[in-house]
Design a protein around this ligand. Sequence first.
Ligand SMILES: [Ca+2]
Length: 466
Amino acid sequence: MNPHRHGWKRFTALALSLGLASAFSAVTRPNFIFILSDDLAQGDVGAYGQKLIQTPNLDRMAREGTRYTQGYCGTTVCAPSRTSLLTGLHMGHSPIRANREIQPEGQKPLPAGTFTVAKLLKTEGYATAAIGKWGMGMFDSTGSPLKAGFDHFFGYNCQRHAHSYFPTYLYHDDRRIELAGNDGNKGVEGKGPIYAQDLIAARTLEWVRAHKDAPFFLYYAITLPHATFQIDDQGLYRNKPWTAQQKNYAAMVTRLDHDVGRLLDLLRELGLDKNTLVMFSGDNGSSFDPKSEIGRLFDQTMGGRLRGFKRSMYEGGLRQAALSWWPGTVPAGRVSEGPWAFWDYLPTVAELSGAKLPAHVKTDGHSLAPFLKGGPAPVRDSFYWELHEGGGSIQAARWDDWKAVRNGPSQPIELYDLKTDPGETMDLAATKPGLVAKAESILKSSRVDDSDWPLTDRKPAVKKKQ
Ligand SMILES: [Ca+2]
């Protein structure tokens, strides 16, 4: 054999492998989109068993991607749950552990220097946008989205403002855009020529189009189907024999679904679908009691499969509809019971993007990268949640299939076996003192005391004088 020729072949092989390696690293910097719905019940989605409300796009996303039955939010109301998603911290370490209102507009802000998924991806040159609802600090505060790593913001900053779907203004970055003709009503009735989600959806598609050539991160926090029953068109449900609220609610869920579908279609059209991890979930469980007209008609607990709803530490408050979609990378049609939680998102994005967490940044999460690609859920010691509302603090923890709930620091620990009793109907605490002791130790060791978030018992309701 001619040695020169052999050498050339080796050189060519080396060059080819280098070339391929560089091409490979280019395609392994995926785009990230997290679509967050607001107060959606797991049981509202067809793929989870919903029969009356149409969600064809979410159902397609589940068929083309993976559906999780035990995806957990950060906690069971808006602002702290969103903080967990963006910071990679659970409620034992989160700087925000409740919805705390600031007047005249906004919520308690993220503290200065809070590290986020968006800041992480900025270190890798990603374009970043938060579109929809924020709730973690007004623009003049340390918690502004524009100080949290996002290049662009569009939508509602304040959660109370988002109670109107016909608001008199929205924000483009930190600039107010007046929406002439809208009444801004936060009650059942809301009127005006501009349904906010129309603008929010249009802005989202426009931003993705404009950033199709750059790696990007889009945090798309759609307000639907939260709070007030306001929709501009009852659509499919107009002639159903239901109350106006039931029709409006169903139409809001279907509108959410429709706008998810438009985004997935755009990714396909732009050829970005195979290079974009899209995850869909909800920030907390349904805001409706299962016995309410919404809970009952739409069977939001799926025949009592999940107990509780928003503001409770039972599974109905914490387990969300959760889907991931990345054709060619996330297995199609997989249904996984592997548990995971919002605080896993930051380490997942770090692994998939190749971004390194700064040494001072701690996360409570585990990377889901192998799990999303078809492997098992990460092994971990425990999950932890807490919430401070109504003058009291509630906590929950999960390890293996055991779930502990404590509805106040002086309240007894309740213990459930999620494997045999996912509906949390049988409190086993009396018969399992060893596990109760373990739960107590997890509830204590998972949290760092914070003067903003002391553990307190709710005061007993005072009887009103007749
Ligand atoms: Ca919410």
